[in-house]
Design a protein. Sequence first.
Length: 259
Amino acid sequence: MLRKMGKGDPVKYLREINWQDLGKQAASEVKAVIKSFRDTLNDISTSWKYDLLLPDSAIDGMQAMVKQLDEVTPQIDQGVRNAAQEIGNRVNKALDEFEPPASTGVVGKPKKTVANELEPPKGNDLKGAQSINPNITKPKKLRKISNRLKYLGKTPGKASRTGKKVIAKMKAKGKIRESFKGTEFQASDNQWYPLSQADMAHDPTDAVKWWNTTGRQYGAKSKEVREWMLDSNNYTLDHYSINRSAGAKLNDRYLPPKK
């Protein structure tokens, strides 16, 4: 088949393939796919639009996956290169054990013309394969940061110190229970939901109202603002659909800081 493709002697062709370079090329391809997936997850988990649509558990899961991908990506190079080298070793071993067909002893017949041998590919010059420079990264899309995140900073999650205090406070009020379904909480509609579907909701004062009346006097992400954001007395747990729907319906808009 290789002769028909114009590759010349198939044994020589296979022996002179640079398996190390092929391993590098394969590693680059795999890393490019993983990086694309990682960047997509990161964009979603840090986007204020998806923050309004997805529960905290989904956002936290995506951010955990991004961290895992960041940890495993550096290990891909060596793993894929080792695999390519192992394939090369097995191919060469098979070629060492290969015996060409014995001569039939028939003489006097004209010899068939053998196609001219071609030079084996050098490095990454295999047909159909494109080299990817791992040092070249795609420019990241600039995402729009919400005024809430810009002025107040990130809301603490349920697993944070603040979140644990809120959970303890609601448990003391009888609004968190254990059932055969697992841990549940009572939302503002008096219905019970899995704790995984709970959002950290500001209560009794909404974040935008507090910022416009008080927080903006101190400046964006100031010490006073962050203390308010991390105070468990300013939170309750509510179902993510209720909390985010209520936030979307607010007519108030964040005013610029005075400092």
